[in-house]
Ligand binder design. Structure first.
Ligand code: 13P
Ligand code: SF4
Length: 358
């Protein structure tokens, strides 16, 4: 009978046994090389990893603060240090003492945090989390428009790029737009960019006649007046609450109009039991958390979907959030000259808001 003799394993395969550490380094280098293209670190995570605990640990280890907008998915809101609207987030970014700002929101928000904090690292889960409103106002076209109206001051909604901020006299958010517009003399000519819906609403409540850039938010523009009207018939006691980025016909029938923080506060203090909410659905998480006895119905859009998610905001996930904190990538960076030009109108906004008690 023949005896089979097996060679020594390593000698037989003539390769070194796989090294877990070097494989990890290779995967990380490849993911980092691809981050500009993909927008995030595309690395598979162990599904048994407790992401909530891991994120909390990273916050402590790196002295990081996690800021999240109300439109983020519920899991991200639950792990955040601060959840807010655009103004609240900018104010938190301005006063934080953390070494690293982790911004769970869209690009212009993280960019604003970087403009305010040049020495801090600002990371975002997905660099491609943009904004249709911001995209509707390219700086080179806006510059030409501005040049055609040299006697106008420029008031820009924070939902714009650093390039537009640098061309502006003051920045506003939906929380402070009315106060800031009213801080200009009545006869001052004003360009308002980029949101024509918010601009038209501010024109209406202030009696001004600002020149409006023709931009809009894809999420707030799509609400169906017909479907909302039908919902109101089915829920006669429900109040309609709407964000001022909505179109005029929706705002016209709203019981309350406000920023995301304004809408949330209204549902906490108002006596109604039911609300039709005309803004991005992420805010419903906080509404249901703070008023569990009330009913919140997302206002339906003009398509086959039942609710209205912002595709940009929802690019961020808990996995991408963990990865951007662990590897501090993708990071927001900016030319210093552009940053300084964009800083001025943001500082002016923060100053006026502070004086107004906002
Ligand atoms: P606020 O955060 O000011 O309510 O704006 C909502 C929004 O569309 C942010 O992208
Ligand atoms: Fe931009 Fe609208 Fe999305 Fe806000 S909800 S990030 S304004 S597209």
């Amino acid at each position: 009978q023949k005896k089979i003799v097996l060679p020594d394993c390593d000698e037989f395969w003539n390769i070194a046994p796989p090294n877990a550490e070097s494989m990890k380094t290779d995967t990380l280098s490849a993911a980092k090389a691809n981050v500009e293209k993909k927008g995030f670190l595309d690395i598979d995570l162990d599904p048994t990893l407790d992401l909530f605990a891991a994120i909390e640990k990273l916050k402590k280890e790196k002295n990081a603060v996690l800021l999240a907008h109300y439109y983020q998915e519920p899991d991200i809101q639950d792990v955040a240090d601060y959840i807010g609207d655009s103004l609240g987030l900018a104010q938190q970014a301005e006063k934080t003492r953390a070494d690293m700002i982790v911004f769970a929101g869209v690009h212009f928000m993280a960019e604003t945090a970087k403009i305010l904090n040049p020495a801090k690292k600002v990371v975002i889960p997905d660099l491609k989390a943009g904004c249709s409103l911001s995209d509707s106002c390219p700086p080179h076209l806006f510059k030409k428009f501005k040049e055609q109206h040299p006697d106008h001051v420029v008031v820009s909604y924070i939902n714009c790029s650093a390039g537009i901020k640098a061309l502006s006299d003051v920045i506003v958010t939906s929380s402070n737009a009315k106060v800031i517009v009213e801080s200009f003399p009545r006869d001052q000519k004003i360009i308002f960019a980029p949101d024509k819906n918010l601009g038209a609403y501010i024109n209406k409540v202030t009696g001004r006649n600002m020149l409006l850039w023709n931009g809009a938010c894809m999420v707030h523009e799509i609400f169906s007046l017909e479907k909302i009207t039908r919902l109101k018939v089915r829920h006669p006691n429900a109040k309609l609450i709407a964000h001022p980025e909505c179109e005029e016909p929706v705002l016209k029938i709203a019981d309350y109009i406000g920023s995301t923080t304004g809408l949330l506060k209204y549902t906490q203090t108002d006596s109604a039991r039911e609300y039709i909410v005309a803004t991005e659905t992420g805010i419903l998480h906080q509404m249901m958390k703070t008023s569990p006895e009330k009913t919140f119905i997302p206002a339906p859009p003009n398509n086959s979907c039942a609710c209205n998610d912002c595709p940009h905001m929802k690019l961020n996930t808990l996995e991408k959030l963990y990865l951007c904190m662990e590897y501090e990538t993708p990071e927001i960076t900016m030319e210093e000259e552009l940053r300084l030009a964009a800083l001025k109108p943001i500082e002016r906004m923060l100053e006026i808001s502070k004086k107004a008690g906002l």
